[in-house]
Design a protein around this ligand. Structure first.
Ligand code: F6P
Length: 747
């Protein structure tokens, strides 16, 4: 039925078209034939006149005109010539044959012959009227000959032509109709099964391919192009509402009634260093600072942190405060001072020799010393006092950052019971068994449960934490709401994947073009133009998988010697925690391995590994990100890792390949990266080779998608989600307090 309808849909317009075409074409054909024959008849008349000119000129000498009459009578024996007349130059009809119309004078003949359509009707049908000058020997115009030609043969021929035309059009119509019916039949079936296949997700063109395999590459190309366009469209739409500083500020104003934020972290966002030539300001290599700083710029407030720079004391006021960023003064940095002894116990000892390896489970034994623990407690108390001192209300919003302050939430809660305390743990949380190693596990958990909201990067870490509490504390856990109630307090445990601030258009406009970045980096490192580079950017830390990365580079050069001399790996390793034995040993190991690989594959002009063990400012890193063919993030365990997000944000050219460890929290969001197990050297080496040989289209595809993710899931969203939850929590508490006040017996 559908096929029939479909065919009719083709046939009816076709028939109408043919009828209209015939209707228009036939009269046109008639006129054309007539014009062609008129032209023929005229030529013929001219020829005849020229032939007869001499005879006419002679015959005119005969006073009786008999010779002229004979001449004309003979001429009209031609079946097509109906009549002849001879006009003098005065327009008088001198002689004519019998069939010459009586009412046709010379003047009328001249007028008719001059028309576009020189025809007239006489008895017996239409005739063509031709007027031809007769010239004497000497070329003198002596008279005009009027020739009347029979046109009935034209009509006959025109009818014949019409017949042929009608037969031709009808024949064509039938052939086209037949073809249409067949094509409609075939394509209807094709479309139906194509549509079905499409609904099944097999694509519209698969049925064609199964019958014509030679179309397969074309179809694949078409399919991928369609998908590209679809993706492009989706990307161009972007996320519905992107999180940005304005939105975050608006959230603070509305949901948190404009309360001032207090951030607490060990690492400060700006470090003043005394040099021989004055004081300089440095930005530390820290994921925490990268993420929290733009949030503080947007929200203002106070950031309390350890003043660790040699020029820090000289740059604060009498309350140990300094406005930052320098020159912009968006928020207050309140510095806390530690003695060397305190720093050694609290920061290097308990935090970085104990909790850091404990939480990372990176095959380095955690060390727990009683003395370190006491320092840790003392310093946590010092920071808690600073929070209380900085708070301008009894219910501030306090953002506690990281494993340096596990005890802080409960300490703040004691002094400011109505504070909203959001604690974010920037490193992984291990399973209960691993955490059980810590001699002060109970105190740590109790300290953390002073938080209103406790955030981790991933669900997996939240789950580990809840299970740890379940194992070691008498607490009420509501899995459905992800809350833990301990004593009087309830803590909401949630995952908030951290991110970076997506660069603004104005910032991106200041970046040098990628080609220029590459040229500068290659020049600086003494590499020839066209040399390929992969980069690694990390703190010099054993959890970052730097050694495994070097092994992968070595394996790549073994497996693919064609890269020797053409590819180098550049590792930026910002010095970190270098006073710890474990870190020093690790740094030595990396230096040795680098040297060994360079000796094995390098020569005077070629160095396969460049180890840049020094601090790099963000502009220099951005240039490196833009210059790199690939970026290797191979952490053995990482809460999130922001280097991979910075690399993606830097690549507005949508090129470059990200190789990402499956043990970094970021791997859950950035699946378009080449995901590797860094312990599997072979796999990482293969990924490196793949990144260096990856077609540009694939790079673009992956990078564009990664950029969309990082743009949308930016750090303002991270902070925004936590603050929204905090706002909801505060509202709930206020309602509860009001309800209690209205209960009978409650004063
Ligand atoms: O990643 C964990 C972390 O503490 C971050 O919070 C911080 O960015 C980084 O390590 C830097 O460590 P440190 O402050 O010890 O230099």
């Amino acid at each position: 039925m559908n096929t029939l309808r479909m065919q009719l849909r083709f046939l009816v317009p076709l028939v109408i078209t043919l009828v209209v075409a015939s209707y228009l074409a036939l009269p046109l054909m008639d006129r054309l034939t007539l014009r062609w024959f008129s032209r023929d008849v005229n030529l013929r008349g001219e020829l005849l006149t020229n032939t007869m000119a001499d005879s006419i000129s002679e015959a005119l000498k005969d006073p009786l005109g008999l010779r002229l009459q004979v001449l004309f009578n003979r001429a009209v024996q031609d079946e097509r010539l109906v009549a002849i007349g001879l006009c003098t130059l005065n327009g008088e009809l001198l002689r004519h044959t019998p069939a010459f119309p009586r009412d046709l004078g010379c003047a009328q003949a001249t007028e008719t012959a001059g028309r576009k359509d020189p025809q007239m009707h006489i008895e017996g049908g239409s005739v063509h009227v031709g007027m031809h000058p007769v010239k004497a020997d000497n070329g003198e115009h002596i008279a005009d000959l009027v020739l009347l030609h029979d046109l009935s043969f034209v009509e006959r021929r025109s009818q014949d032509t019409q017949k042929y035309l009608i037969v031709l059009i009808s024949g064509l119509g039938v052939i086209i109709a037949l073809i249409t019916v067949v094509v409609a039949q075939l394509s209807w079936r094709g479309w139906v099964s194509g549509a079905r296949a499409l609904l099944r997700g097999e694509g519209l063109i698969s049925p064609l391919i199964s019958t014509s395999p030679e179309l397969a590459p074309l179809a694949a190309d078409l399919r991928s192009r369609l998908r590209d366009l679809e993706d492009e469209y989706r990307r161009s739409l972007g996320p519905e509402t992107i999180w940005n500083p304005e939105r975050l500020r608006a959230l603070l104003r509305t949901q948190l009634r404009g309360d001032e934020l207090i951030v607490v972290s060990n690492r400060e966002p700006y470090i003043h260093e005394d040099t021989g030539h004055g004081t300089i300001v440095k930005r530390p290599a820290s994921g925490l600072v990268t993420a929290v700083e733009p949030v503080m710029r947007a929200c203002s407030g106070t950031w309390i942190a350890h003043g660790s720079g040699s020029g820090d004391r000289g740059s604060v006021d009498k309350h140990d405060r300094v406005l930052v960023p320098p020159g912009k003064d968006d928020y207050t940095l309140r510095r806390i001072w530690l003695t060397e002894e305190e720093e050694k116990g609290y920061y290097f000892g308990f935090a970085n020799e104990g909790l850091w390896p404990l939480c990372h489970v990176a095959h380095v034994r955690p060390v727990f010393r009683e003395n370190d623990w006491q320092e840790y407690r003392k310093i946590n108390q010092r920071f808690a006092d600073a929070v209380v001192a900085e708070a301008r209300s009894e219910d501030p919003v306090v953002l506690v950052q990281d494993y340096h302050f596990a005890l802080l939430p409960a300490l703040i809660r004691k002094k400011l019971p109505r504070a909203t305390i959001i604690t974010f743990w920037h490193i992984p949380w291990p399973n209960p068994e691993s955490f059980g190693i810590c001699p002060w596990r109970q105190e740590i958990l109790e300290g953390m449960l002073g938080s209103t909201i406790l955030g981790f990067h991933t669900r997996f870490h939240c789950k580990n934490f809840i299970e740890t509490v379940d194992r070691y504390l008498e607490a009420r856990i509501e899995h459905e709401h992800s809350t833990i109630s301990f004593h009087e307090d309830t803590t909401f445990v949630e995952n908030y994947p951290i991110s970076i601030a997506w660069p603004s258009d104005t910032t991106m406009a200041t970046w040098a073009p990628v080609a220029q970045c590459k040229e500068r980096v290659l020049q600086r490192l003494g590499m020839p133009p066209g040399h390929r580079i992969a980069i690694g950017v990390d703190r010099f830390d054993y959890t970052k998988g730097i050694l495994e990365r070097l092994h992968a580079v070595e394996r790549l050069l073994e497996k693919h010697p064609e890269w020797i001399g053409k590819f180098s790996f550049v590792q930026v390793a910002a010095p970190s925690r270098s006073s710890l034995e474990e870190y020093r040993a690790f740094q030595d190991r990396i230096q040795n391995t680098t040297r060994r690989i360079n000796e094995r594959f390098g020569n005077d002009s070629y160095q396969p590994v460049h180890l840049l063990a020094e601090h790099h400012e963000s502009d220099a890193l951005n240039e490196l990100y833009r210059a790199a063919d690939a970026c290797m993030v191979t952490s053995l365990h990482d809460g999130m890792n922001l280097v991979c997000k910075e690399f993606v944000a830097a690549r507005d050219d949508e090129r470059g390949v990200l190789i990402l460890s499956r043990f970094a929290g970021a791997a859950r969001e950035m699946s378009e990266a080449l995901i590797v197990n860094p312990y599997h050297v072979e796999e990482t080496a293969d990924a490196l080779h793949r990144s260096l040989t990856m077609p540009e289209a694939e790079q673009r595809e992956r990078m564009a998608s990664l950029r969309m993710t990082v743009h949308e899931f930016n750090v303002y969203r991270w902070a925004g989600r936590m603050l929204t939850d905090a706002g909801r929590w505060r509202l709930r508490e206020r309602i509860e307090a009001r309800v209690q006040r209205h209960q009978p017996g409650v004063g």
